[in-house]
Write a protein that binds this ligand. Structure first.
Ligand SMILES: CC(C)(COP(=O)(O)OP(=O)(O)OC[C@H]1O[C@@H](n2cnc3c(N)ncnc32)[C@H](O)[C@@H]1OP(=O)(O)O)[C@@H](O)C(=O)NCCC(=O)NCCS
Length: 172
């Protein structure tokens, strides 16, 4: 199938379209578990123009977007700190999920880090499709917790971690 999307680094001008994508995808992903009102509150807190612009400009970070016909249809954000990285904002538009875009983003992310880098992320425990998706790329569940700079204790979350490649190889 012909590919008509492009994965590239986010720019400040993308912010309004990133906000639209995140709003649709968050309600579709979390309303059933967290409730529409709580999800709207989190969107208003975490996806402000200021916070997204800050993430786009942050040093040692990689904010990727997938653009298709003038729309932003997916995002991911990797915060790289020496040998530890935190992955977040992995969101594919509901109409574009299960078409390989998440895998394409993940391949790009993995090819941008060294073999020694350990990646952590936070996931909602009932988000089984995301958990299964991350497992396919070598992530395992560590237990309850959050890698967020701004965790909400009332929301249950799990930490998943992908060890450095050498550690993973030695275990097999
Ligand atoms: C979880 C998520 C990031 C995965 O991204 P995605 O683009 O949907 O995932 P992919 O398409 O790459 O892979 C998922 C499935 O599609 C299949 N797939 C891969 N390439 C495909 C293609 N070209 N055509 C059809 N299916 C394909 C994969 O085999 C996989 O199937 P399976 O696991 O059921 O066997 C995405 O679904 C999403 O944004 N979900 C909602 C938000 C969310 O939960 N984000 C994570 C927050 S922690």
């Amino acid at each position: 199938m012909a590919k008509n999307h492009t994965i590239r680094h986010a720019q400040k001008e993308d912010v309004p379209r990133i906000q639209t994508l995140l709003q649709v995808t968050w309600h579709s992903s979390y309303d059933k578990t967290l409730g529409h009102k709580k999800v709207s509150e989190l969107i208003n807190e975490w996806h402000t123009k200021e916070r997204l612009e800050e993430d786009i400009l942050k040093e040692n970070c990689q904010f990727l977007v997938c653009a298709e016909e003038g729309d932003i249809i997916a995002t991911s954000f990797l915060n790289k700190q020496e040998k530890d990285a935190i992955l977040g904002r992995m969101y594919i538009h509901p109409g574009k999920q299960n078409k390989g875009i998440g895998s394409e983003l993940m391949e790009k992310i993995l090819s941008s880090i060294s073999k020694e880098t350990c990646i952590s992320l936070t996931v909602e425990p009932q988000n089984i499709s995301a958990i299964e998706f991350y497992k396919r790329f070598g992530f395992t569940i560590q237990g309850p917790g959050s890698c967020s700079e701004d965790p909400h204790d009332e929301i249950p979350t799990l930490i998943m971690r992908r060890p450095p490649e050498e550690t993973a190889k030695n275990k097999t």
